[in-house]
Design a protein. Structure first.
Length: 283
């Protein structure tokens, strides 16, 4: 990515490569969520997404907004989704799920729509405006029973998160398009923090995705160096996390071409940039 491109991130200029043309359709799971869960009329689903993108762009003109990532239901495509949903659903569904950097928390809404107990869902988002905009978008301010926390992942003083830790921790943590904002050491520290948040027992699971790279590379970022992981460097990082925390993990990670909606590559980015998807399970 060029220095010019990095400087431009944060501008409201709609000529940038990460401000997509207005969408003309949505994937069927998204339509089902908005029509059935949010009660949006069928003929207003697409326009609602476009209008929200343009509204959010005025506040957060970031690639994840310009590329409509807030209607990407990535969690439901995970191999472990059925297992996660089962643990969160029904009378016995007492497991707890934390979505770190949840943005619009569309994956939490999808879980609820599919039968999860919303009271056991938590969203951690540094930008509180996203939380409020998402309530408007999904129309569930009065029905969603989960807890949203406007805080940084490294905030160890938040009472809501501390209460869960003291009660055994989270069974599942999602890291959705967040790890790549740090350099390698920052990512290790973030993962160490996730280990603190998880229930300290076999089967505790981390799922997520990040901007990745075919070989793994450190590049300039908006506020300093960042590291784009390959599947191999990501696995090596978790070996170091395990060493530092005295834990063991099974790491399943792969690189694919999907970034943004519709599996589109980011034409404005490094041609070796890809999406890293992962599941990391405690042994």
């Amino acid at each position: 990515m060029s220095t010019t491109g990095l400087t431009a991130i944060g501008t409201r200029d709609k000529s940038v490569g990460w401000y997509d043309d207005p969408i003309t359709s949505v994937e069927e799971p998204v339509r089902d969520l908005l029509e059935t869960y949010s009660h949006v009329p069928a003929d207003q689903v697409v326009s609602r997404c476009v209008q929200m993108r343009d509204q959010v762009w005025e506040v957060f003109p970031w690639p994840c907004v310009g590329q409509f990532r807030f209607v990407d239901l990535s969690l439901s495509r995970k191999e472990s989704y059925t297992r996660i949903l089962s643990a969160l659903s029904g009378a016995a569904g007492s497991a707890r799920f934390l979505d770190v950097g949840c943005c619009f928390a569309q994956d939490l809404r999808k879980l609820v729509h599919d039968g999860a107990n919303s009271a056991n869902l938590y969203g951690l988002e540094k930008q509180a405006e996203f939380i409020d905009l998402a309530f408007d978008f999904f129309g569930d301010r009065d029905s969603f029973q989960g807890k949203f926390v406007a805080a940084d992942i490294f905030d160890r003083e938040n009472e809501t998160i501390k209460a869960v830790q003291e009660d055994g921790g989270f069974n599942f943590v999602q890291l959705g398009m967040i790890l790549h904002i740090w350099d390698m050491e920052g990512q290790i520290k973030a993962c160490e923090r996730v280990v603190e948040l998880l229930a300290p027992k076999p089967g505790s699971l981390i799922v997520g995705q990040s901007v990745g790279h075919t070989t793994g590379i450190e590049t300039p970022g908006k506020s300093g160096k960042i590291f784009k992981q390959s599947a191999e460097t990501f696995k090596a990082m978790w070996e170091e996390v395990g060493r530092r925390t005295g834990t063991q993990w099974e790491v399943r990670a792969e690189i694919d071409a999907g970034l943004g909606i519709g599996e589109k590559r980011r034409a404005w980015d490094d041609p070796d940039t890809r999406r890293l998807t992962f599941e990391v399970e405690r042994l």
